[in-house]
Design a protein around this ligand. Sequence first.
Ligand SMILES: CCCCCCCCCCCCC/C=C/[C@@H](O)[C@H](COP(=O)(O)O)NC(=O)CCCCC
Ligand SMILES: Nc1ncnc2c1ncn2[C@@H]1O[C@H](COP(=O)(O)OP(=O)(O)O)[C@@H](O)[C@H]1O
Length: 395
Amino acid sequence: MRGYCEEALRYGEMPVLNGSRPRQITVILNPVADKRKSRKNFDKYCAPLLHLAGISVNIIQTEFEGQARELVESLDEIVDTIVVAGGDGTVSEAVTGLLRRADGDLAVQRKFPIGILPLGRTNTVATSLFFDSAKVKMMAKATMGVIQEITKPIDVIKIEVLETEDELPGKPVYCLGGIQWGAYRDAYAKKDKYWYWGMLRSYVTYIFMGLKSEESGVSWQCKGHLSYILPCKGCSKCVQAVENDKSAHRWWHVFVQRQVTDPVSKDYSKVINEHCGSKLEQDFSTVDMSLTTANVCPNCIRDGDPHIQVAIGPPSVSFPGFVWEGWRRKYGKAPRTEQVLQARELEIRPVLKNNSENTEHWISIDNEDYEVKPIYATLLPKKVHVFYTPAESSS
Ligand SMILES: CCCCCCCCCCCCC/C=C/[C@@H](O)[C@H](COP(=O)(O)O)NC(=O)CCCCC
Ligand SMILES: Nc1ncnc2c1ncn2[C@@H]1O[C@H](COP(=O)(O)OP(=O)(O)O)[C@@H](O)[C@H]1O
């Protein structure tokens, strides 16, 4: 911590230009994150660094679920830097609030950055930005990112509920990490039921859930229809130079989101990709399925076409196989998959067993629970800027 304090102090001692006010940030803090330890951790490991750096901090504590989204969506004008202090759920809410704003695109174009302080129980995106095996060091690194003002753009998935006979489309939800559906997600979500097992609860969950099988309320069969559009690095079909942007609307633009690029950077008119905009379809039936962004899966999504990774697990699993795979995941091993697809946009129409109103089926979006519904997911590559600390600048 001492190294971080000294570095923060160096920023604090920098002279402020005549007439300009000290830097101000608004921290949206979820006080119930990480089993209510978030405020204490913020005061202990983040606030002192911000104060040493001479930053004026305005803290807003959320009072209910969804308030982080409402706050960001309803700010009159975004003047101060917004820093989200909490877990994945609060970060996803804040980004949803930002991108739902009428001026959301303007904020994004101006590269208005968001700070993420990993004060939750699950901090998937923050962990990939500030990875450190020590939680305290990760909090300090994330705070230094805000102080140093180094930013990088990250991908976002826009999730829209499709209109059906019983469902009107709501407002979109934006996600930075991914979506999980299936038996492993359900077991993970129910692990706190076994709190009396203490440290062992994550392990015994897979045993109990696996034993209860049908009655456990776990989704052993995720079935549905998937349509997806292949990713493209940029070609004559999908990239339009700025000057030509007002050019005639082509029929394929219904399927292909046009990318706008600097006309001098590259001439895409000569790049041909026959597969650009191609739509593929398939049915699926599996115990486990996920959508992942490159933000949290640097090893499975390498440089290349920006895309959402769709991972489909096996069609069924035995009891020992379920427990073994659950434990592997607990150790941070990558999930075993049967099929991995890459998509720029996709539509998922789940087919629910019994279609009964009494049976609830849940998925996780950035580790928050949502009811299973038909959705359209669109990748927004490098949509939001976040503060981060390059590996070499950490102390
Ligand atoms: C691996 C992929 C599997 C995909 C299967 C299906 C996924 C279903 C996801 C459903 C996501 C719903 C996302 C959107 C919700 C909003 O439209 C809706 C309205 O928002 P608002 O107007 O701000 O209230 N919000 C909700 O329904 C919130 C539900 C909260 C439940 C705790
Ligand atoms: N004051 C509050 N009371 C109850 N829930 C809240 C409050 N503030 C935020 N939340 C909700 O808490 C949930 C979990 O938050 P999150 O930041 O992901 O922390 P954790 O990773 O510890 O679960 C989010 O859905 C968020 O909307």
